[in-house]
Design a protein around this ligand. Structure first.
Ligand SMILES: [Zn+2]
Length: 269
């Protein structure tokens, strides 16, 4: 599933290719993904210039003078920019054909992605999002304050996009392992000092992933069509039954909120 680093990488890859380019035509090759793709985009975006591209959480925000095109890659979405004359691939569901002869195409086999539009740039999906992890708003004080009296596990807490966006399952497992925090511990019982380590680690792991071009375990291609690779070593995620890298114990896997959690019983408390 594309995570925040992939979306950031996609945004950075798109900027030099489509910023300030003008849309000839917006074309939907099917009516709906997770939700309906607005039919009016064909007229609304015709001859509109792309002002810039931003990211909020895992949403790509393509800004036009008339509004914002909001794209989510869902479980399996990817975007590429190619010559408009190239034949469509299976699962190419939406495209912006540009005046310069290129097309930005959204491919999404599982169709959990979204293409939405907002005239004023706001949207209920964006309003509920928590802080961005790579900003100074994401710090020990913030997590400590937000977590007091929370009976929720620390893992669920840091994966809650209303708290902080972009901490996916892999990043949560790896960060908690690196900080020695038991993923089952109540968020309200984690000290400020440990929250400081945790925020630093999350920032570090996300920054490294963005530098590496985004992690990817499946389906994701970078904008130029080359596959993204996970170049960071996973120390705990996916290592059930294998030896812990820090002690003689074995990595365990449990299910929390329908997601696999990998951790070391001896190293995390
Ligand atoms: Zn261990």
């Amino acid at each position: 599933m594309p995570e925040l680093p992939e979306v950031e990488t996609t945004k950075n890859g798109l900027l030099p290719l489509i910023k300030q380019q003008t849309v000839l035509k917006a074309v939907r090759h099917r009516d709906n993904l997770r939700w309906e793709i607005p039919a009016h985009l064909q007229t609304t975006l015709a001859n509109q210039a792309i002002v810039t591209i931003d990211r909020r959480g895992k949403y790509l925000l393509i800004r036009f003078a008339v509004g914002t095109l909001i794209i989510h890659l869902g479980m399996s979405g990817s975007i590429k920019v190619i010559d408009s004359r190239e034949p469509l691939l299976k699962h190419d569901h939406f495209e912006l054909i540009l005046h310069n002869g290129h097309s930005m195409r959204l491919n999404d086999p599982r169709r959990f992605g979204a293409v939405l539009f907002s005239e004023n740039g706001t949207h209920p999906l964006l309003d509920s999002l928590g802080v961005e992890p790579l900003t100074t708003d994401f710090n020990d004080e913030y997590l400590y304050t937000r977590s007091r009296n929370k009976q929720q596990s620390i893992k669920a807490f840091i994966m809650d996009s209303k708290v902080v966006v972009g901490v996916g399952n892999i990043y949560a497992c790896e960060s908690l392992f690196a900080c020695g925090i038991d993923p089952r511990r109540y968020a309200g019982r984690v000290s400020k000092k440990r929250y400081q380590q945790l925020t630093e680690h999350i920032k570090h792991i996300l920054t490294e992933a963005i530098k590496a071009g985004g992690t990817t375990l499946q389906d994701f291609s970078q904008v130029d069509g080359s596959p993204g690779y996970f170049t960071q070593t996973l120390r705990v995620y996916g290592r059930e039954g294998k030896l812990c890298t820090l002690c003689d114990g074995k990595i365990r896997r449990i299910i929390q909120h329908q997601r696999s959690t990998f951790y070391c019983k001896s190293c995390q408390s």
